[in-house]
Design a protein around this ligand. Sequence first.
Ligand code: FES
Ligand code: FES
Length: 162
Amino acid sequence: MTKRSITFYLNGRPVEAYVSPKDTLVDLLRNLDHFGARESCGQGLCGCCTVLVNGTSVSGCLELAELIEGKNLDTIEGLDAGGELSVVQQAFIDAGAFQCGFCTSGFILMVEQLLDENDSPTPDEARDYLSGNLCRCAAYPEILDAVQLAADKRKSLQKEPA
Ligand code: FES
Ligand code: FES
């Protein structure tokens, strides 16, 4: 199948890549050695492949790669820029909010978005916001603990003098 060149921004950096018409964003990311977005159901049902396109979460298993032309594509790999984990990433570790970890990058990206929109989500609000993400290991209680930990940490950081 004929490939064509596209350019876009991957975690803030300009990138050129070659894609075929059937490639998805997950295929594109694999070809660029980005393995954080995982393909599980392949049908837009589980959230394991979550990435952000121009700041909006999408299922990387469904979106065609060539449509990313000129846009911003953000993935879990962009969160620890500078080698330091984000508050949400650290909260997932501290809360033990994963077992196999297959769903974790999708959950973390969604929790980052949740806390950007609502700095104090209730457990019900968090559950509702994350309802499109599935965890086969059923780490849901710990994931909700991680949301609380991250929300508290973010607020305490905001209060610290610059
Ligand atoms: S793999 Fe994309 S939503 Fe499940
Ligand atoms: S930690 Fe295994 S699927 Fe969520």
